[in-house]
Write a protein that binds this ligand. Structure first.
Ligand code: PLP
Length: 368
């Protein structure tokens, strides 16, 4: 389609800006290669892999500064499976969901379809806007996304009430945005975003109240693969119910080492904020680009959505960049807007975000 060549001195050192799977750092793939004949290809029920799971659980405990009684559970299936597991194992009777985009809406749908639950309450806002959970007497679990990946809206993480569970989808924010974990009961995520790993697993930081709820609901029938009691029992032994992707664990452990050695969550949050500053200030100064999220505090530091003037076809821009090795800045497919969306997870160098903006400018100028 387009044979436009972007001058190589404008290109970022790494052209991967996707929102998941996201950039995997070279050091991570190197560790994977190094373990290619030892940990890889060995039993997940034996010490080498159990040690790896244990190390990840400890590193997450350190990264989030978990208070006593909080614990890290994990299981197969990614965050999408956690919605189903939570529908069975964490919602007692009625949940409330914040729907500001694709991901918030999906959990709401899972709860609505469960025949053993009352219809959930849903608080919503149009794409690109923030909505907050609202205290309600009938609700025993509140659910919202810290970062709505489809729109780039960042939400505060604060308890709504003291007597219900706070289930926070941190799939794209955990490890890249600061959080006070005591404000949450289940802070759950998957490894393919800020942790620069691969998909297929879910992790959940569970509070004592969440663990108590899991025990309280343990008589409810649930398919074994979605059972939180089973996940918890296995996690405590540094295992998963069934075989996990060991490569995903290796990549995740390496990213956690890097984050902790670099200064932990404070480092990660400063780095994503630096990238976001570059992206949004470029957009604000550009004649053809502008931040999609109007409310400044709600602009995500990890997923930047940028509206492109109708005079320019954003799809042609992203296609031309793809031909030059700058990939995955297409907007969320179902949003259907003339946009680019930029993943700015901790692995992404803020200098590369600056390079990206120059590449976009170059393409827009030369596409004609
Ligand atoms: C990516 C994402 C998901 C889905 O994660 P999977 O591991 O693919 O199930 C859910 N919620 C948010 C906020 C996401 O960004």
């Amino acid at each position: 389609m387009s044979s436009l060549i972007v001058p190589s001195d404008l290109l970022p050192a790494d052209g991967r800006f996707g929102c998941g799977p996201s950039l995997i750092r070279r050091a991570q793939s190197d560790v994977l290669a190094a373990l290619g004949t030892t940990v890889m290809g060995t039993s997940h029920r034996q010490p080498p892999v159990k040690h790896l799971v244990g190390k990840i659980r400890e590193s997450l405990t350190a990264l989030f500064g978990l208070p006593d009684g909080y614990e890290v559970a994990l299981g197969n299936g990614g965050s999408t499976f956690f919605w189903d597991a939570a529908t069975f194992g964490l919602i007692r009777d009625r949940s409330q969901h914040v729907d500001t985009g694709e991901f918030g809406a999906k959990f709401a749908t899972a709860a609505r379809r469960a025949p053993f639950l009352a219809d959930p309450e849903v608080v919503s806002a149009p794409p690109g806007e923030l909505a907050l959970p609202q205290a309600s007497p009938d609700v025993d679990a509140y659910a919202w996304a810290q970062n709505e990946t489809s729109t780039g809206v960042l939400a505060p993480v604060r308890r709504v009430t003291e007597d219900a569970l706070m289930l926070v989808d941190a799939t794209s924010s955990a490890g890249g945005v600061s959080v006070d974990i005591t404000q949450t009961d289940a802070y759950y995520f998957a490894p393919q975003k800020c942790f620069g790993s691969d998909g297929g697993l879910w992790f959940a930081v569970l509070s004592p109240a969440a663990v108590a709820r899991i025990e309280e609901l343990s008589d409810r029938w649930v398919p074994e693969s979605l059972s939180l009691p089973a996940a918890l029992e296995n996690s405590r032994k540094n295992q998963t119910l069934n075989t996990p992707a060991i490569a995903t664990l290796v990549l995740m452990a390496e990213q956690l080492d890097w984050l902790l050695e670099s200064g932990g969550l404070r480092f990660a949050a400063a780095r994503t904020a630096a990238s976001a500053e570059v992206l949004y200030s470029w957009a604000e100064q550009s004649w053809y680009a502008s931040p999609f999220v109007q409310q400044i505090e709600a602009r995500s530091p990890v997923v930047g959505t940028i509206e492109i003037d109708g005079a320019i076809d954003a799809a042609r821009v992203t296609a031309a960049l793809r031909n030059n090795g700058v990939v995955d800045i297409e907007p969320y497919r179902k949003l259907g807007r003339n946009q680019i969306r930029v993943g700015m997870f901790p692995s992404v160098d803020p200098g590369d975000v600056a390079a990206l903006t120059k590449c976009v400018d170059y393409v827009v100028e030369h596409l004609a």
